[in-house]
Ligand binder design. Sequence first.
Ligand SMILES: [Zn+2]
Length: 358
Amino acid sequence: MSDRMLDLLAALDAAVGVSGDERLVADVVAKELDGHYDEHDIDALGNHFFTRGGGDAAPTVMLCAHMDELGFVVQHVEDEGFVRIAPVGFHDARMVVDQDLAIHGSKGAVLGITGAKPAHVLPPDEAKQAIPIDQLHVDVGTTSRAETEELGVRVGDLATFARTGLVLNGTKVFSGKAVDDRAGCAIMVEVMRRLGDSPAATVVGVAAVQEELGIRGAGPAAARVKPDVGIAIDVTLCGDTPGVEFSRLPISLGKGPAIKYFDWAPEAGYGSAVPRHLTDRLERAAGAAGIAFQREVLMGGATDAWGIANSGVLSGCISVPSRYIHSAVGCVHLDDVEGAVKLLLAFIDDVGKNGLTA
Ligand SMILES: [Zn+2]
């Protein structure tokens, strides 16, 4: 793992891009891809398309990573200056209290802390429960609504966890506020950087919007590109931490990227049953690249692969194992990130040279 790859992941993780305003992430992606694409387009939703052309008859492979991160939206400013927030995306309320937040207002980032009632005064029944996000407040240090508004905070402003990503103690574990899915963005960028001037297949790298709100960007992106195959790149849950039943989440950090076979989010009705002829090809690519990989069957989540398939495009997904998904401290392993890059490069080469029916 090069420092360059870590720097790329850290830069993407640091960028602010809550669903609905992914522009700053797109800026980082475009800057990091400078010189490594032939065309750059944007659609009405804010999806960005970076195309590197193969030969005239070359098939097209679309890689799709979502730019948006979970966050919050300002819903109200109290007379006393406290900011009330609503969740943007699927938060676990247990993870939101006692956090530093950055509210991205008209005058720049406003730091706040999520406060709640002290334990000393909690009724016993409340003490056993997670504090719902709608009962939290963000304290920005002010004492009046006017003072808070003077900081540039308005209803509708977006907020993120204010946490700087870092590598844990000289290991290869990177923990950041937005590894979901900036790890995928980093992989997409690095694949395009390593493609060279004339790849075997045409590659369209899509930096997509609004995955966390119900997979809204990837489908329209696939409908626009009409690739021969679309591969989502996203994180997936690990089962290798204390208290988790590994048989229900049999994926480990650091044991290689995962090839998705199946996922299903029953409540939302999203999911992907990746065609076996495609998983076979992805496994073949892993073999060609000489990398270890894991096989993924996930209940309770879905990715942009669903949106791509829903547009009538052959669709699969390469997943990066991640601990603590949908919290401020999500972790990925740099070897898994590097493995995903190598797997995708081998897949693109194979599809370009042999087509999709070989
Ligand atoms: Zn994601």
